[in-house]
Write a protein of this length. Structure first.
Length: 475
């Protein structure tokens, strides 16, 4: 029997086609990619070629663009149900609180899975697994949600929940599903690529791992012992197609393709109409041009990013702060050189929080950055608990990534002066992922939002061509 698996992860609510960066040797080429209508067409084509097809969503589905954020995930439900996935897991999908995730789960025609998410009373919050039968082959799909939901995300994500990494639970559930007759066991995991490799290197019994969270574009599967692991980029720009040749209730061989969801893929008319209705209230934002950029704005660098440089320059300009900080978000599609719309700005930060300022000591800044570097580059993948490195403006840090926890920073300069532990630095920031709530003093939430600050800055400074001397550097 040949089994086909269609898989995507970390779409972050991008309903329509959008600009995407494709790596072409030393160049970065911008192409239009993604969109659920094209994704639906690709999955339908796979189903037509092989009726024995399963489809899975790795999560980060209900958050990332304005339509899903404003509707708390509900706007995208009809689209997902039309595609007809078999199961999903999540991370940012918890953004509107546990009760809303359960509400979204009830509206889906497939389950959100999670063996590692518990209510405070100790019972499982989500269904742990499903077992599907394809031509008399029983396939169990076990789900793991992101282990950082109750550790680094805002408190509302996990109110009343306890989330583990899933390592202790997974062997028990492998045994349970096999006791129920499962011939093959799949893991649908939002822990991340390094985390899944570590987990699978010590746990046997998983045939296929559908990985998410870290936005890796895997053009070939990673083999971890006998487990086939795939991950498919982000923003719906790629769809994974894994074909398994199964006989004697075992995988005998596999083929894999990471399919770019580009303009060569024909869209589905009915899905186009459905998405047009969802997007209609946002057409004015897409048409409203607020400025120009002379450079590509994206978030594809681990240490810093051109998109977040603009965000930080804008909030520093609006506050006259010494420094600026934001989270190292991975989501947010690129903005090519040329016009920048209000819609683009909301894609950068769809929550659109107020700009905040507070006073940080030099020692607090040092400790905050050391903690963030450990969460990004920990030698133990299970302790890697973030996106990219925290975005900063106004400082230069000389670091050694390979050094152990607490010893990565060799020196920090604020402007042209070495950081002083007892000095007070006025700092602008956005969200508690930019500066944790337990740091600093005299915090003030200003009466304007990040999108307003970005709009004002671009209206004054277009075309935007950044002065590289202003940009935070890690050396």
């Amino acid at each position: 029997m040949k089994l086909s698996i269609a898989y995507l992860n970390d779409v972050h609510g991008y309903l329509e086609p959008h600009p995407e960066v494709f790596f072409e040797a030393e160049k970065r080429e911008i192409k239009t990619a993604g969109g659920y209508s094209r994704i639906y067409s690709l999955i339908n084509n796979i189903r037509k070629q092989n009726p024995n097809t399963l489809a899975f969503d790795g999560g980060d589905t209900f958050h990332g663009t304005l339509p899903v954020v404003k509707s708390k995930g509900e706007a995208i439900i009809p689209v997902l149900n039309k595609i007809g996935f078999n199961a999903m897991v999540g991370h940012w999908d918890f953004a509107y609180g546990p009760d809303q995730l359960l509400n979204l789960n009830r509206q889906l025609n497939y389950p959100v899975l999670g063996i590692n998410v518990y209510a405070s009373e100790g019972q499982l919050f989500l269904k742990p697994y499903i077992i599907v039968e394809v031509e008399k082959i029983k396939i169990a799909v076990i789900g793991i949600c992101s282990n950082i939901i109750d550790k680094t995300m805002p408190e509302r994500f996990s109110e009343g929940l306890i989330i583990t990494e899933g390592t202790e639970e997974l062997p028990k559930y492998i045994e349970e599903v096999k006791s129920k007759g499962a011939d093959l066991v799949f893991l649908l995991s939002h822990n991340g690529y390094p985390q899944d490799i570590k987990m699978l290197s010590g746990i046997k019994g998983i045939d296929v791992c559908l990985s998410a969270h870290t936005h890796n574009r895997l053009f070939e599967p990673t083999m971890v012992n006998d487990t086939i692991l795939i991950q498919c980029g982000c923003h719906g720009s790629f769809l994974g197609h894994l074909q398994l040749e199964i006989s004697e209730k075992r995988i005998q061989s596999h083929q894999y393709e990471l399919i770019p969801v580009t303009e060569s893929v024909e869209s589905d008319k009915e899905m186009d109409e459905m998405i047009a209705v969802i997007m209609k209230p946002y057409q004015d934002l897409q048409a409203e041009i607020v400025g120009q950029t002379g450079v590509l704005l994206d978030r594809y660098n681990t240490l810093n990013s051109s998109m977040d440089d603009l965000l930080l320059i804008a909030i520093m300009d609006a506050t006259s702060a010494d420094l600026a900080f934001s989270n190292g978000w991975r989501y947010g599609v690129p903005i090519p050189p040329g016009p920048v719309s209000k819609w683009d700005l909301f894609n950068m930060i769809p929550m659109n929080p107020p700009v905040s300022v507070l006073e940080l000591t030099g020692q607090e800044i040092f400790n905050m950055l050391e903690e963030n570097l450990e969460r990004t580059f920990s030698a133990d993948p299970m302790k890697q608990m973030g996106g990219y490195v925290k975005r900063c403006l106004g400082l230069t840090a000389y670091i050694r990534i390979e050094n152990p926890k607490g010893h990565r920073i060799q020196d920090i300069y604020i402007g042209k002066e070495r950081l002083k532990p007892d000095e007070i630095y006025k700092s602008a920031f956005v969200t508690q992922q930019g500066v944790p709530a337990n740091l600093g003093a005299n915090q003030i939430d200003l009466p304007f939002t990040v999108v307003e600050a970005l709009t004002h800055f671009l209206q004054k400074n277009s075309p935007y061509n950044p002065d590289k001397s202003l940009v935070f550097s890690l050396i």
